[in-house]
Ligand binder design. Structure first.
Ligand code: ADP
Length: 225
């Protein structure tokens, strides 16, 4: 029943920095988990292990019970949808529609099925009306929602999001929180926005110095920290 299992994960960068030191936790289907911690705690390094961007020399990451080390990047990315901190890293096509179609096209989806994937992903982030626009011209909130749609269109089991409310005005932030609460996917969200975490994530993991310092229901973690 676990969609993601991380066991004794350790990561040492080539310069000798130990960014992760024995991290272990699992995420079940449908669970929303926040990963919080100070800058340098190891959050980005952890996320990079979840979509196969980094591979572990020590410990293991399994996605749907398959070790990431033995899976192809395509298999990993079908399961784990990664939304980067900066939407500009995710949007590079002339129109929103093409950006949202890019992932499923790479998975070999075409024709009516492709149209359906794209329409469905845009609908889930309230962005149907933006389909023919150039991503470059969108507002921060619109860009964020479209960046999420580029990942939803591949029907991932897990959404991984790095600081999803970063740079949003209060209105765009509220709108995004409303959408996130409606997603049925498992979610792993790193954030410094603790009010968003409290609303969206039932569970919180506190990373510090590359290790899990606390892991439990968000309300209990916030009470204790
Ligand atoms: P966070 O996302 O929580 O800020 P990071 O995963 O970015 O944490 O960083 C964890 C530790 O690893 C920090 O000490 C950081 O300086 C170091 N680090 C990150 N990336 C690299 C890298 N490419 N090479 C060497 N050290 C790195």
């Amino acid at each position: 029943h676990h969609i993601i299992e991380i066991e004794h994960l350790r990561h040492v960068y080539p310069d000798g920095t130990e960014a992760l030191h024995d991290v272990t936790f699992s995420v079940t289907h449908g669970e929303s988990v926040a990963v919080i911690g100070a800058n340098g705690a190891g959050k980005s390094t952890l996320l990079a292990h979840l979509n196969g961007h980094l591979l572990s020399e020590s410990g293991e990451v399994r996605i749907g019970h398959v070790p990431v080390s033995g899976a192809t990047l395509e298999q990993v990315r079908r399961t784990v949808g990664m939304v980067f901190q900066d939407p500009d890293d995710q949007l590079f096509m002339p129109t929103v529609r093409e950006d949202v179609a890019f992932g499923p096209m790479n998975l070999g989806i075409t024709g009516e099925e492709l149209k359906r994937c794209v329409a469905d992903a845009l609908c889930r982030v309230d962005a149907e009306h933006l389909a023919e626009k150039a991503p470059y011209h969108l507002s921060a909130g619109e860009k964020r929602r479209v960046a999420i749609a580029t990942v939803l269109s591949m029907s991932p089991n897990v959404l991984v999001m790095d600081e999803p409310t970063n740079g949003l005005d209060p209105y765009a932030r509220r709108q995004l929180i409303g959408l996130l609460k409606d997603f049925r996917h498992s979610k792993i969200i790193t954030s410094h926005d603790l009010d968003m975490v409290l609303e969206v994530c039932e569970r919180t993991i506190v990373l510090s110095g590359g290790a899990v310092r606390a892991d439990g229901p968000t309300r209990e973690i916030f009470r204790d920290e």
